[in-house]
Design a protein around this ligand. Structure first.
Ligand code: FES
Length: 145
């Protein structure tokens, strides 16, 4: 059911943890399953993501996609990080079962939320980045109606 890469990233997730004084932090949640994902970005003066960590309270697919997403954005600039979509994460994991596709959306949303936090704190505009829901409560409300 799960690819070897998914199993690998679930059992041995990369970049788990927190970054103190992170350049940007994004927290998102899925109202239906109640899973929550938080991503921390450490971005240097040139806009390069030097470090990234995550904490995910969620299912195995959410953990595997968080892990892969952090690997994909590390070392990239903020514009390139924006292109790390859930599709890109799923492809890098050799796919997910259809019922688990929504889990990979959390990773994309968490990266966008962290990039938005960074852009707001540093007064930097990232082309193509839209304001994410401001907090988890807002996500929950949106998905319930
Ligand atoms: Fe909730 Fe996977 S079931 S993120």
């Amino acid at each position: 059911m799960y690819s070897e890469k998914v199993v690998d990233h679930f059992t041995n997730p990369r970049n788990v943890g927190e970054i103190e004084n992170a350049s940007g932090v994004g927290t998102v949640g899925n109202a239906k399953c109640g899973d929550i994902m938080r991503i921390y970005l450490d971005i240097d003066d040139d806009g390069i993501i030097r470090d990234v960590k995550f904490k995910t309270f969620g299912c195995g697919a959410a953990i595997a996609t968080s892990s892969m997403a952090t690997e994909l954005v590390k070392g990239k600039n903020v514009q390139q990080a924006l292109e790390v979509t859930n599709k890109a994460v799923m492809e890098a994991l050799d796919g997910l079962p259809p019922v688990k596709v929504h889990c990979s959306l959390l990773a994309e949303e968490a990266i966008h939320a962290a990039l938005w936090d960074y852009s707001q704190k540093h007064g930097i505009k990232i082309e193509g980045l839209e304001k994410p829901p401001t907090d988890i409560a807002e996500v929950v409300e949106e998905e319930e109606y």
